[in-house]
Design a protein around this ligand. Sequence first.
Ligand code: KG4
Ligand code: ZN
Length: 402
Amino acid sequence: MHGSGLILAIESSCDETAAAVVERGCRTLSSVVASQIATHARYGGVVPELASREHLRAIVPVVRGALAQANITLDDLDAIAVTSGPGLAGALLVGITYAKALAFAQNIPLIAINHLEGHIHAVLLNERESTPDTESPDETALALVVSGGHTHLFLARPAHSVWTYKLIGRTVDDAAGEAYDKVAKLLGFGYPGGPWIDALALYGNPLAVPFAFSQIKTKLHLTGKAPRTKAAKTAPIANLDPHFLFSFSGIKTAVLRYVELHNLRPEAQARAARLFPPEGGQPPSPPKTKAEALALCPQATLDLIASFQHAVVGDLMKKTFAAAEALGARRILVTGGVAANRELRARFTAEAARRHVRVAFPTLALSTDNAAMIATAAWPRLQAGDFADQSLSADPSLALGR
Ligand code: KG4
Ligand code: ZN
């Protein structure tokens, strides 16, 4: 090891090709993210074959860009880190293969990182960067990882230089971000749906449609039955407290029923045709004013969107704070793409203040997929000598914690 603690990380688990250079898990020298939003927007979700092809195209310029921005060469690096799962097999493979080749050519260690662990370390990186002069704020925390593929609660504990994770709760079906994406698609907006719902909900009445989450019946899941969706495969359900389990497929169906009952489908289809004309072009961005929102959809649709978001955020909050209380955790980390949501941040912050616990979120850029979080998670592993070898392969349903 050069002793400089420079790690180049590569992330390609879903629809972002990312590379970053981070020094000692606490100083970002560069973070480059090539988004595939323009490719997937009109399909309302990520198309795996297109994702792999786009990663292949982007990986070399993205890694070169990260080295150039950091003003270093490959020879300055101490290790290469890469996301090995969970995620799309073909997408993960692009990053893993390139990382293996770089580590081999440079004769430096290869470090495999779980994508969910990366999301947790995104918050830690922010904390270390914003308070560089103080002692490391590392301490046990309850982490809610809430993204397009995952809704998991972990107890994250620093033990010597490595972190350990205990799974506390998770979704039994769809991830929260998946529900955002499906509702947005149903209403004729683009992918990813989160930023659209976030922007439109500002102008709706959150109490207009009384969506409710009932306590999840866990009998089926506790008997060891397989989870119902691919998003739920990344961790076992048995032995988890049912109070900390999430389910977002019900509210998605409730929105669908509401749309059908109120005959909102033709309006949604017309909107999709307007936003995504067959001739293509740049994908549109979410509205920034009430006038822009009302030009896109009537008040009733804004109310539906605001009510959906209010219910989802309320459910995430209720279970997360209940788990923190049950475990005696005084610190909560909320991370993953959905952690970018404005209502979520505001309500979690207010509730944390009320309960005298601390809550932290990553910056918006570090909330969604990036490689700086992967490099940060790799730093304790570099110190501990916890390396992968050239047999490393993609694990689409890699679990974190037990
Ligand atoms: O962490 P991420 O980039 O990728 C995964 O690991 O899944 O998360 C992407 C997810 C998508 O479902 C997207 O709709 C959601 O995060 N998202 C949001 C917001 N920004 C992104 N959800 C709610 N509000 C947002 N502002
Ligand atoms: Zn992610």
